[in-house]
Write a protein that binds this ligand. Structure first.
Ligand code: ATR
Length: 279
């Protein structure tokens, strides 16, 4: 019988995870299927326990369930998920234990490494202070980067940096308002956009323009819909190196796949599948 995997969220109809994971299962000849399920926060507990009872192979959680999952007492979060404050991957253990992981930060790190970007000692500006920024900033600060979180609502950036720096880190982190962005960029090695600017249907917006960017910078936009964001176009016009959000999506998924199955998935095929679905 096919083993079922899934993503729970609301809305979840446009999720690219089913296409990406089903392509991997099929290429590896695994008798598995991955499906998207609309689950509201009120039903999260029942849905996860139901999936466990039905022998699901594993789950991803997306908006608006990631933070809530951390609070469910039957899920044991791993230390990183606990620190990030959100679970995006659920693993069902052999003896009935249910573990929660967060692979978003690992996905961002792998996207940078894939593009040969040095993390340790780099000056990285993270734009935005929501859930995605939290996962990315926590991981990269732990990896030894010098992070500045820049956000429209300055207090959120300051609070995020404060919380992250409460943990032992090899890097550094601070938070500031958007007005400081231009100056920070002059001296930065990497800009990571985690805001919703540029995301469908707000496609004309970008956190920075070509004049504010420079050719020694790597610009990583975690937005992947559209594939070509305004920020990536501005970055190319400035001669900067660019990284698409597709890579973070694929690598967070690949990490989840490994946690569920212990098998290395075909990331190139996953990338190709996601890009084709977005075109
Ligand atoms: P997620 O949890 O998915 O990362 P979120 O918590 O909704 O999403 O965060 C969205 C981010 O985009 C926030 O940092 C938000 O800034 P505020 O904290 O000031 O709201 C940022 N953002 C959204 N629209 C923006 C805009 N027009 N200009 C600048 N930043 C914006």
């Amino acid at each position: 019988m096919k083993q079922v995997f899934g993503v729970f969220g609301d809305p979840v109809g446009h999720s690219l995870s089913p296409a990406m994971h089903n392509a991997a299962f099929s290429a590896l000849g695994m008798d598995c299927i991955y499906h998207a399920f609309r689950v509201t926060p009120e039903k999260l507990e029942k849905a996860i326990l139901g999936a466990e009872a039905m022998g699901f192979g594993g789950l991803n959680l997306t908006v608006p369930l990631k933070e809530k999952a951390l609070k469910l007492d039957f899920i044991s979060p791993d230390p990183l998920a606990k620190r990030i404050g959100a679970v995006n991957t659920v693993v069902f253990g052999k003896s009935g234990e249910i573990q929660g992981y967060n692979t978003d930060g690992i996905g961002a790190r792998q996207a940078l490494l894939d593009s040969a970007v040095e993390i340790t000692g780099s000056k990285i500006v993270v734009a935005g202070a929501g859930g995605a920024a939290r996962a990315v900033a926590f991981q990269l600060a732990a990896d030894g980067a010098e992070i500045t979180v820049v956000n429209r609502t300055e207090e959120r950036a300051v609070e995020l940096a404060r919380e992250i720096s409460a943990a032992p880190l090899s890097g550094k982190i601070k938070g500031t308002g958007l007005s400081g962005l231009k100056e920070l960029l002059r001296d930065a090695d990497v800009l990571i956009n985690t805001t919703t600017l540029g995301m469908h249907p707000n496609m004309d917006a970008a956190i920075a323009t070509a004049e504010e960017l420079h050719s020694d910078l790597t610009v990583f936009d975690i937005v992947y819909n559209p594939l070509e964001t305004r920020l990536l176009r501005e970055a190319r016009a400035a001669g900067a190196k660019t990284i698409s959000g597709v890579l973070m999506l694929v690598y967070q998924g690949a990490e989840a796949f490994k946690l569920w199955t212990g098998i290395e998935p075909p990331v190139e095929l996953m990338k190709k599948t996601v890009v084709e679905a977005l075109q």
